[in-house]
Ligand binder design. Structure first.
Ligand code: COA
Length: 317
């Protein structure tokens, strides 16, 4: 398969590190040096569904296809205010689609996992044109009275349209069951029969442990796909990594190799937008004409689970 259209959308409100320091015990210097983040976009007047629709319509427009030519909608979303129906059902009609779809939750690694599914569906002949939408509002599950998680995240949506082609080469998925490093637990209704009711709580994160695992597992995934393709870091034009922390990206680069210029970032503007981070960055790079025919591109993402995933492309338009 190949990508023939990209789109993205972020909320209109921009919040700087200085804005956060007005109500949290934090400061621009700490956030910048520890994470690379300068600003993030937060949902205020619009909602996640608006961003999801906006990013999707842009991607379809860029692809040159009509909405009725999309055969399947794959949505990556960790949480939104609806537990059911899925986000794909909620936005399908507003995007102008009539095809079937489904939601996946593989945390921040959702985009690369969705690519794996799309590739399988195309190879099985089940769909020719697929829209992948990653729409995330991680700021809605942080505790905004604490500085540990709330400074890291931003809201946003990124979408791509895929069709048949030979650009997508390989993918490697990893799952290490360890809920405790990063989780958000929602409270559910109580029943008269339940004796173990768990009240919901905002995102819990073991930052240092997560940092170390993210660096080592992402580097392993990347080396696995490079080895399978008999490639080295020198052969790769772009390493598009999940935008969780600039220092995590540097840590991965120290193991995998290659100059800083091959590791683009948008984290300084958007913070960590979960599974939307790679498609948002890809959309910006496409619009800036940074990606060329034949470019070898590695994507690698990681997050709660612990899950990680990497894939590589030889770009075709
Ligand atoms: N502002 C100011 N100070 C802060 C702070 C904040 N927002 N958050 C923590 N601190 C303080 C700590 O209290 C600690 O103070 P102390 O030394 O007096 O105890 C100090 O800064 C260092 O904290 P520490 O947790 O050791 O910082 P760190 O270098 O590990 O960076 C993270 C913290 C969260 C940025 C880093 O661990 C990280 O990025 N982890 C991965 C997070 C992630 O990617 N999550 C999503 C995965 S998809």
């Amino acid at each position: 398969m190949k990508i023939i259209g990209t789109g993205s959308a972020v909320p209109t409100m921009t919040v700087s590190n200085d804005d956060l320091s007005k109500f949290l015990d934090t400061n621009d210097a700490w956030i910048t040096t520890r994470t690379g983040i300068k600003t993030r976009h937060l949902l205020s007047t619009e909602d996640l569904y608006d961003l999801a629709v906006d990013a999707s319509i842009k991607a379809i427009k860029a692809s040159g296809l009509r909405p009725d030519q999309i055969d399947f909608l794959l949505v990556s979303n960790v949480a939104n205010r609806h537990i059911t129906p899925g986000l794909s059902c909620i936005v399908q009609k507003r995007i102008g689609l009539s095809c079937a779809g489904l939601d996946i939750n593989v945390a921040c690694a959702g985009f690369v996992n969705a690519l794996m599914l799309a590739d399988g569906m195309m190879k099985a002949g089940r769909a020719k044109n697929i829209l992948i939408l990653c729409a995330e509002e991680p700021t809605k599950y942080c505790n905004w009275h604490e500085r540990d998680c709330s400074v890291l995240f931003g809201d946003g949506a990124g979408a791509v349209v895929l069709t048949e082609g030979n650009a997508f080469k390989d993918v490697n998925l990893t799952m290490i069951s360890d809920r405790d490093v990063l989780y958000y637990e929602r409270g559910m209704e109580t029943t008269p029969f339940e004796s173990t009711y768990v009240k919901g709580q905002p995102l819990v994160m073991k930052g240092k442990e997560l940092f170390r695992t993210a660096v080592s597992e992402s580097a392993k995934d990347i080396q696995t796909i490079l080895n399978r393709a008999h490639l080295t870091a020198d052969d790769i034009n772009w390493f598009m990594l999940h935008q969780a922390n600039k220092r995590i990206i540097e840590g991965i680069r120290n193991i995998v190799g290659g100059p800083e210029e091959k590791y683009p970032t948008v984290i300084e503007k958007y913070g960590n937008t979960s599974s939307a981070s790679i498609p948002i960055m890809l959309d910006e790079m496409m619009r800036d004409n940074k990606i060329h025919q034949g470019d070898k591109i590695v994507m690698s993402a990681f997050g709660a689970g612990f899950v990680s995933a990497a894939c590589w492309w030889e770009w075709e338009f």
